[in-house]
Design a protein around this ligand. Structure first.
Ligand SMILES: Cc1ncc(C[n+]2csc(CCOP(=O)(O)OP(=O)(O)O)c2C)c(N)n1
Length: 376
């Protein structure tokens, strides 16, 4: 199948006046995102906390410059973007032209993970319902498609979408600077599982965190019924854990990523203030959206532990030394509404698999455990 070179795509967009890119990275767009990272001026490629924020930025940019920004996102992120698309950029409100570049996970007929199935089926109907015109990019005629899309922005002041299928872009690897940190996420997860109460529950975030946790349980010969693997729903694990805390006396650990924490940071603040005392919150900070290609977050630029303490978590510490990690986790086990930041380098095993149980099975197994606790 012919592919589009990320460089050619970028140059075509910039030649047509698009000089601001904002979004949240996606695995299907990872080569294009890597190209942006290496070649677009940093103030012209803003990796946003969530996709709705990117629509906001594109809107402000258009108002102040008259230009069109490109907003890149996985179709999962459409949910985050619906509100500003319909109540800000929509032609009945401000009417803001912008180019959406949407990675189409879960395209019908293409094998993908369960969390992408419904969103994949509904991606085009959702755009139609929202009155957003789109074209599914065909690498044979993409230049014409892009020209037409930008022509639409010029004639109709509203967003227009380019929908990107799996395998559309050819490979591009941005040079990366490895972080000099001794731990990886998988080591951190192993230490957590090893040192928490075996009766505790875990809500693990989207991406490789949940995939690694699943494999760690397999290796240890343990069941998965204490772990909710939040395969989709990025950024909502702390809220899920907060809800779960109400149904058990055991501790509930939310294990978040820095990208997921940032995506809905307000959720962690509410959890810190309102969750019952059995909540424990852990952010595994690798400073990146590692699961979808390693694009940077601001995780290492901000004082994450300072933020967690300021919003109300107790006894927040940051650990990066493997020798200190077990003790830090043991302290967390004894701290009501405590939080821990574990700093890790990027990287995961090449042979990392995916959960072999379905989300519905995962839920049923967990519900059985909670019911047993209720009936005891
Ligand atoms: C709403 C939404 N936007 C984007 C994605 C795609 N996505 C899946 S995992 C991930 C990165 C998560 O980063 P982080 O929480 O830092 O964890 P890491 O992958 O680094 O372990 C992204 C962007 C998604 N699943 N949902």
């Amino acid at each position: 199948m012919p592919q589009i070179e990320p460089r050619a795509f970028y140059e075509t967009l910039t030649a047509r006046g698009i000089d601001l890119f904002a979004g949240v990275p996606d695995s299907l767009l990872k080569d294009f995102c890597a190209y942006l990272l290496a070649n677009c001026p940093p103030d012209r490629n803003i990796i946003e906390a969530n996709e709705g924020n990117a629509v906001g930025m594109a809107s402000g940019y258009h108002i102040s410059t008259g230009k069109y920004a490109a907003v890149y996102l996985q179709n999962s992120g459409l949910g985050n973007a619906v509100n500003p698309l319909l109540s800000l950029a929509d032609p009945e409100i401000y009417g803001i032209p912008m180019l959406l570049i949407i990675g189409w996970r879960g395209e019908p007929g293409v094998k993908d993970e369960p969390q992408h199935a419904t969103q994949g089926k509904l991606t085009l109907p959702l755009l139609e319902t929202m009155g957003i015109g789109y074209t599914v990019i065909d690498p044979q005629i993409w230049q014409d498609q892009v020209a037409q899309a930008i022509g639409k922005l010029e004639t109709e002041p509203k967003p227009y979408a380019l929908v990107i299928r799996k395998g559309t872009f050819s490979s591009y690897k941005a040079p990366t600077e490895p972080t000099a940190l001794p731990l990886k996420r998988e080591n951190a997860l192993e230490a957590i599982v090893e040192n928490i109460d075996p009766a505790a529950f875990i809500v693990s975030t989207t991406g490789k965190t949940s995939r690694e946790l699943f494999e760690i349980r397999e290796r240890r010969g343990e069941s998965h019924d204490h772990d909710l693997l939040t395969v989709g729903s990025m950024g909502h694990s702390s809220s899920i854990a907060m809800g779960m805390c109400l149904g058990t006396k055991h501790p509930v650990y939310c294990i978040d990523g820095d990208g997921a924490f940032l995506m809905h940071m307000g959720a962690a603040a509410i959890a810190a203030q309102s969750a019952s005392s059995n909540l424990r919150y852990i952010v595994i900070n690798n400073g990146a959206h590692e699961s979808v290609g390693g694009q940077p977050t601001i995780g290492f630029k901000i004082d994450l532990a300072g933020v967690l303490a300021a919003i109300g978590f107790t006894s927040v510490v940051t650990v990066s030394d493997p020798a200190e990690l077990p003790e830090a986790i043991r302290k967390l086990t004894a701290t009501d509404r405590g939080a821990l930041v574990i700093e890790v380098a990027q990287g995961s095993r090449d042979d990392l698999g995916r959960p072999t149980t379905t989300p519905v099975q995962n839920k049923r197994d967990m519900m059985r455990l909670f019911a047993r606790e209720r009936d005891a």
